[in-house]
Design a binder for this molecule. Structure first.
Ligand code: NAD
Length: 292
């Protein structure tokens, strides 16, 4: 059993902390939101009054926060108290530059950027995929802490590489969802039955997660958000956040991402039309109606 500090007990952090407790760890957490603190306390998290108080005496610290600025603020506070050799893991999805800066802030400690995919369902089930950026020593130390929350741990390279991999994956996901939606809309206009088209796409070279698992039309995949009025799932606002981070990273690295840029523009328009809370596959409704 380890004593673990968990900072950021929101939709993802609270169930992740809950899985650490189920695995026998003792978790002390902090969140600025009263609701989040109460939800986490109901899962057995001991609530501290500050970031520093949560981290006191912890063998490992996990942060799960909305953006890079907040991660850097929290890691700056932690840097004054975490001893040399201490383990600090950030699982938020943030920009690559902030992720790299966070490692530097915590020089002399074992640090990982470890963003996740799998959403709130994976967080509850303890089946998240973690993309790891950091040293082999840090990955080895973090493995027993991450395992109760994880389906897969994927080492991606040096500091910042976990975030880089996450942004590449989610940019591809945003693009492929729009591609899947366009195929179903074109099929409709050509008089194709959606089920028949699914049978072709899902078994031919068009197959992908956006078609086979998160199918944007109701019917063919009963568990996809399309069957429950597009309740997420993975919310459009979060997809847009990740596409913007990918565009920022591409700008800094000098990479051309014409489809990524177009996907960002389409999701921006969809969010501005009031659909940020819907699953990102709901963009099919926008593509059906809009002159996108
Ligand atoms: P959330 O908004 O539900 O949770 C974030 C929590 O951080 C909130 O409870 C907030 O009060 C807290 N917080 C903000 N500032 C703080 C501070 N200074 N100190 C302590 N707590 C603070 O968001 P979420 O859905 O849990 O997502 C967390 C991270 O995981 C984000 O970076 C998100 O992009 C990423 N992510 C989310 C999903 C998903 O499906 N929700 C999937 C993969 C990755």
């Amino acid at each position: 059993m380890s004593r673990i500090a968990f900072i950021g007990l929101g939709n993802m952090g609270s169930p992740m902390a809950g899985n650490l407790i189920k695995a026998g760890h003792q978790v002390t957490g902090f969140d600025v939101s009263q609701d989040a603190r109460e939800n986490a306390a109901a899962r057995g998290v001991q609530i501290a009054d500050t970031v520093s108080a949560a981290a006191e005496g912890a063998e490992a610290i996990v942060t799960m926060l909305p953006n890079g600025k907040l991660v850097l603020d929290v890691w700056k506070e932690l840097a004054t108290s975490v001893p040399r050799g201490g383990l600090v893991i950030d699982s938020s999805t943030i920009d690559v530059e902030s992720a790299q800066a966070a490692h530097v802030l915590m020089d002399g400690r074992l640090t990982l950027d470890a963003p996740v995919s799998g959403g709130t369902v994976g967080a509850e089930a303890g089946t998240l995929s973690f993309m790891l950026g950091g040293t082999e020593e840090a990955i080895e130390a973090a493995t027993p802490i991450l395992e109760p929350m994880a389906g897969r741990l994927v080492p991606c390279g040096i500091a910042g590489a976990g975030q880089a991999a996450k942004l590449c994956n989610n940019m591809l996901l945003g693009i492929s969802m729009i591609g899947a939606c366009e195929a179903f809309v074109l099929g409709e206009k050509l008089g194709l039955d959606a089920g028949a088209l699914f049978n072709v796409l899902s078994t031919s070279s068009g197959q992908c997660w956006a078609v086979n698992t998160n199918c944007p039309v109701p019917g063919p995949v009963p568990t996809s958000p399309a069957n429950r009025d597009y309740r997420p799932g993975f919310a459009t606002a979060l997809m847009l956040k990740d596409l913007r981070l990918a565009a920022q990273a591409a700008g800094a690295a000098g990479a051309e991402i014409p489809l990524g840029s177009n996907a960002t523009r389409l999701y921006e328009a969809f969010e501005q039309a009031g659909h940020g809370g819907e699953d990102f596959s709901a963009i099919i409704n926008y593509l059906r109606s809009a002159k996108a």
